[in-house]
Design a protein around this ligand. Structure first.
Ligand code: HEM
Ligand SMILES: *[C@@H]1O[C@H](CO)[C@@H](O)[C@H](O)[C@H]1NC(C)=O
Ligand SMILES: *[C@@H]1O[C@H](CO)[C@@H](O)[C@H](O)[C@H]1NC(C)=O
Ligand SMILES: *[C@@H]1O[C@H](CO)[C@@H](O)[C@H](O)[C@H]1NC(C)=O
Ligand SMILES: *[C@@H]1O[C@H](CO)[C@@H](O)[C@H](O)[C@H]1NC(C)=O
Ligand SMILES: *[C@@H]1O[C@H](CO)[C@@H](O)[C@H](O)[C@H]1NC(C)=O
Ligand SMILES: *[C@@H]1O[C@H](CO)[C@@H](O)[C@H](O)[C@H]1NC(C)=O
Ligand SMILES: *[C@@H]1O[C@H](CO)[C@@H](O)[C@H](O)[C@H]1NC(C)=O
Ligand SMILES: *[C@@H]1O[C@H](CO)[C@@H](O)[C@H](O)[C@H]1NC(C)=O
Ligand SMILES: *[C@@H]1O[C@H](CO)[C@@H](O)[C@H](O)[C@H]1NC(C)=O
Ligand SMILES: *[C@@H]1O[C@H](CO)[C@@H](O)[C@H](O)[C@H]1NC(C)=O
Ligand SMILES: *[C@@H]1O[C@H](CO)[C@@H](O)[C@H](O)[C@H]1NC(C)=O
Length: 520
């Protein structure tokens, strides 16, 4: 019925998602930790759904008639619309961030820049701006009355603007209706289409597509079919600009009638079309499997070495669980000698996702301090170390179907690290504790928060020269050390048995003690 030309994805082999998997872990967190404890920073921009935040901070204004949800959905569409079906270029790749694209006539208005600024605030080394644009659209629709939408990650941000692209209008009835359930037409960029409203509750004079402009619902269709629509792209006096009228009527209203008759059909059709729109990416970009929430997910793990003590902090999230003071949660830590440490975990918060449809309960590995201070830690014996975690919830073992949750303690931050100057350029000594007897072939520092010339996150690496004479930190670890100047924070990367790993924990010079004259 709906013949929407969107590229069909190559069949992807579904890899089971097993923790740890840094990219999937990061995408899953941004996708499913939306509100409450450890919220990922996207949903706050669209709560409530009529929230409009120009330039991300100041200027919170719900009387403008505009909304972030509408800006975000429109931005994802326009970014994707450069896809060229013939040569496979363009697609959802964040090329809209380039002025060459955002200043084109089809991209009039500041909604694109506004979206890039808000959704650009949550990107990291594993989540591109294009992935964030996709997530923004999904979270907007899910939080404002719409269906749950399948999300894949792995989009790559373009390095340059795309050529203008082409999707034909008549094949897009469904998609246009799905998008135009939000928002409307602004007066300033479109003075020939919509009038000045002189409405204190709609200061930017946005004539909305339907009477519920920040709710995902099928009123875009019911009002159209009943002939009561105020949609300025249908009911405008000049038919040249009545693009929705042309598109919606192009199959003699068959599709719009079906949407008008069934909110469920509208929602399920949109869930499919929006996912396919967001998954339209340039040839060569390989998307992940559909990301579903991990039932049990360790989070924010930090290991560090303090003399004979291996310190561990972190939390674990249990999906589809509400708070319950009667529940018991234990963490079983397997060590290098085959023994097990049994730790009682402490409830630390509750989060929710998909417009409140799901709840998750979080537990901390150590008591969370009531006052600000150092992160709570478990102190483990460095000799015995840690290899694996398992959890026991009300007597039920959670161990990823017998695999356990693997923890690498081979290369960890050493608290012997120290500074010689806290004034720029910072000068400090970064010490890394490396477990003896492992095949660690390379240890390096990762510089965080660095972008290339077109704003994409990159992670420069600074090699640590292996020590000529191993310096023992305790019976089972030796120190690899490097003097650094300038940068104030690094995480640690290493190569072990041919695999490349990152601790992905920033360690800041401001958390260190001064170096003693002896240097140790
Ligand atoms: C050829 C098809 C389309 C045409 C001609 C079209 C046209 C327009 C126009 C003229 C506006 C007003 C923009 C403004 O005031 O800044 C608009 C807004 C919007 N469009 Fe479309 N559109 C099309 C397809 C889509 C699709 C496929 C989606 C998403 C799935 C979408 C989502 C939106 C949204 C959410 C807004 C509201 C923006 C806001 O209120 O800030 N549009 N569209
Ligand atoms: C969007 O931002 C770019 C710079 O990043 C700027 O050149 C352009 O004028 C902005 N567009 C609008 C409509 O504000
Ligand atoms: C799409 O790509 C083909 C092949 O490179 C090119 O001939 C065509 O002009 C492109 N279409 C658009 C709309 O740019
Ligand atoms: C603006 O909104 C407020 C709150 O919803 C309402 O009380 C007021 O009547 C509205 N003003 C106009 C002019 O519609
Ligand atoms: C209708 O809109 C088109 C495109 O904006 C414009 O060229 C034309 O002059 C308009 N016609 C009238 C009668 O305003
Ligand atoms: C589609 O529906 C609209 C609104 O009821 C009506 O004005 C229009 O004539 C219909 N178009 C066709 C082709 O039936
Ligand atoms: C969520 O948990 C409830 C009760 O614990 C259970 O009945 C339900 O099937 C679970 N839902 C999912 C999607 O796992
Ligand atoms: C862990 O300790 C709790 C009590 O602190 C005990 O009830 C539980 O059986 C222990 N679990 C294992 C696997 O040792
Ligand atoms: C750590 O464990 C080892 C091996 O079981 C033991 O010999 C050592 O005494 C322990 N160290 C401390 C500080 O408890
Ligand atoms: C710790 O190091 C000692 C030698 O210093 C070694 O005998 C022992 O096997 C190591 N223990 C573990 C658990 O790796
Ligand atoms: C770091 O600097 C100190 C003081 O200049 C020096 O003694 C030490 O050898 C340096 N360490 C490395 C790994 O270069
Ligand atoms: C250590 O790992 C590297 C990279 O996989 C490999 O080439 C080398 O043979 C390994 N060395 C040992 C002693 O296993």
């Amino acid at each position: 019925m709906l013949r929407v030309i969107l590229i069909s994805l190559a069949v992807t082999i579904a890899n089971a998602y097993i923790w740890p998997s840094p990219q999937l872990d990061a995408l899953e967190a941004l996708r499913f930790n939306q509100d409450g404890h450890n919220q990922g920073g996207i949903a706050v921009f669209i709560e409530p759904c009529d929230r409009f935040v120009l330039d991300t901070g100041s200027n919170v204004d719900s009387t403008s008639g505009r909304s972030n949800v509408a800006d975000w959905v429109r931005t994802a569409y326009h970014d994707m619309a450069t896809h060229n079906v013939t040569d496979g270029t363009g697609g959802l790749d964040a090329s809209i961030r380039f002025p060459q694209e955002s200043l084109r006539t089809e991209n009039v208005g500041n909604g694109f820049n506004n979206t890039v600024e808000a959704l650009g605030s949550v990107i990291n080394r594993y989540v591109s701006l294009a992935d964030s644009l996709a997530l923004g659209t999904i979270i907007a629709i899910e939080n404002c009355g719409g269906p749950e939408i399948a999300f894949r990650g792995g989009r790559i941000d373009a390095g340059k603007p795309n050529n203008p692209g082409g999707f034909t209008q008549t094949e897009m009835i469904g998609l246009v209706a799905c998008g135009h359930t939000f928002g409307g037409v602004q007066q300033a960029p479109f003075p020939d289409i919509v009038p000045i409203l002189n409405d204190p509750n709609n200061t930017e004079s946005v004539t909305h597509f339907d009477s519920t402009s920040v709710n995902f619902d099928n009123l875009i269709a019911t009002e159209y079919i009943s002939g009561t629509t105020q949609n300025p792209l249908v009911a405008g006096s000049n038919d040249t600009t009545n693009s929705d009228k042309r598109i919606f009527g192009s199959d003699r209203n068959v599709t719009m009638k079906s949407f008008s008759d069934s909110p469920e059909l509208f929602a399920s059709t949109c869930a499919d079309l929006i996912a396919r729109m967001l998954d339209t990416v340039p040839t060569g970009v390989e998307l992940t499997e559909i990301i579903t929430p991990l039932p049990v997910k360790p989070s924010s793990l930090i290991l560090s070495m303090d003399g004979d003590t291996l310190k561990l902090s972190g939390e674990v999230r249990f999906w589809n669980m509400t708070a319950d003071p009667q529940r018991t949660v234990f963490m079983l830590l397997d060590d290098h000698l085959g023994d097990t440490n049994n730790v009682t975990l402490i409830a630390s918060g509750v989060s929710s996702a998909v417009g409140g449809r799901y709840t998750a309960a979080w537990y901390s590995f150590a008591p969370v301090p009531t006052a600000p201070g150092p992160a709570p830690v478990l102190s483990l014996n460095a000799t015995t170390g840690i290899t694996n975690m398992r959890f026991v919830v009300d007597g039920k073992v959670e161990d990823q179907d017998g695999l356990g949750f693997a923890v690498l303690d081979g290369v960890v931050f050493s608290e012997t690290s120290c500074y010689t100057s806290l004034d720029p350029p910072f000068t400090w000594r970064f010490d890394v504790a490396v477990r003896n007897g492992l095949n660690v072939t390379r240890v390096y520092l990762e510089e965080l928060g660095v972008t290339d010339s077109v704003g994409r996150i990159i992670v420069p690496e600074v090699d640590i020269v292996p020590p000529v004479q191993p310096v023992a930190v305790n019976a089972n670890y030796s120190i690899w050390s490097i003097n650094v100047t300038g940068t104030d924070s690094y995480s640690i990367g290493f190569e072990l048995d041919g695999g490349k790993f990152s601790t992905n924990n920033p360690h800041s010079v401001f958390d260190l003690s001064p170096c003693t004259v002896q240097g140790e």
